[in-house]
Design a protein around this ligand. Structure first.
Ligand SMILES: [Zn+2]
Ligand SMILES: [Zn+2]
Length: 152
């Protein structure tokens, strides 16, 4: 379980919400991103992707062996397909902020273009980008991590 930390500027009042960082999601058939909360991630993925309950959490543990019965092998193949589908449709939305208009937004940094949803600026930074760098608000302080001692 990850610790919850606070992130704030050491010079002005600018701060990022606690637990900032992001959230895992799964993309539904109509392209909606449904966010997942730990530890029910697998069951939500199964529901969204129409996969029988328990398929993801019980996979992948057994790799096919030469003595496997055809039926078992077919089940494995079917489950693997669903597992791969779930993997392909899953992602992570990072909390980001636009340096130009301060709009907070969530982006999948692997799939999405870094572009502000509000002003179209490309100066969209994630928590990781901001940490240890100049504060986007006062441009004097540095964004620092403060441990709260709370764990999720
Ligand atoms: Zn500042
Ligand atoms: Zn913007």
């Amino acid at each position: 379980m990850p610790p919850i930390n606070k992130y704030e500027c050491n010079a002005c009042e600018f701060e990022l919400p606690m637990g900032w960082g992001g959230v895992a999601y799964v993309e539904s058939n109509d392209g909606k991103r449904i966010t997942l909360t730990h530890p029910i991630e697998d069951s939500v993925r199964e529901r969204v992707l129409n996969i029988p309950p328990g398929t993801l959490s019980s996979f992948p543990h057994d790799k096919p062996k030469w003595w496997w019965l055809k039926k078992r092998l077919n089940t494995y193949k079917k489950n693997k397909e669903m597992y791969d589908l779930a993997r392909a449709r899953s992602g992570f939305l990072s909390d980001c902020i636009c340096i130009d208009c301060m709009q907070k937004q969530r982006l999948d940094l692997k799939k999405d273009e870094r572009k502000c949803c509000s002003c179209s600026s490309v100066n969209v930074k994630s928590l990781r980008d901001l940490l240890g760098n100049l504060c986007p608000k006062c441009k004097k302080g540095v964004i620092t991590e403060i441990k709260t001692g709370i764990w999720t």
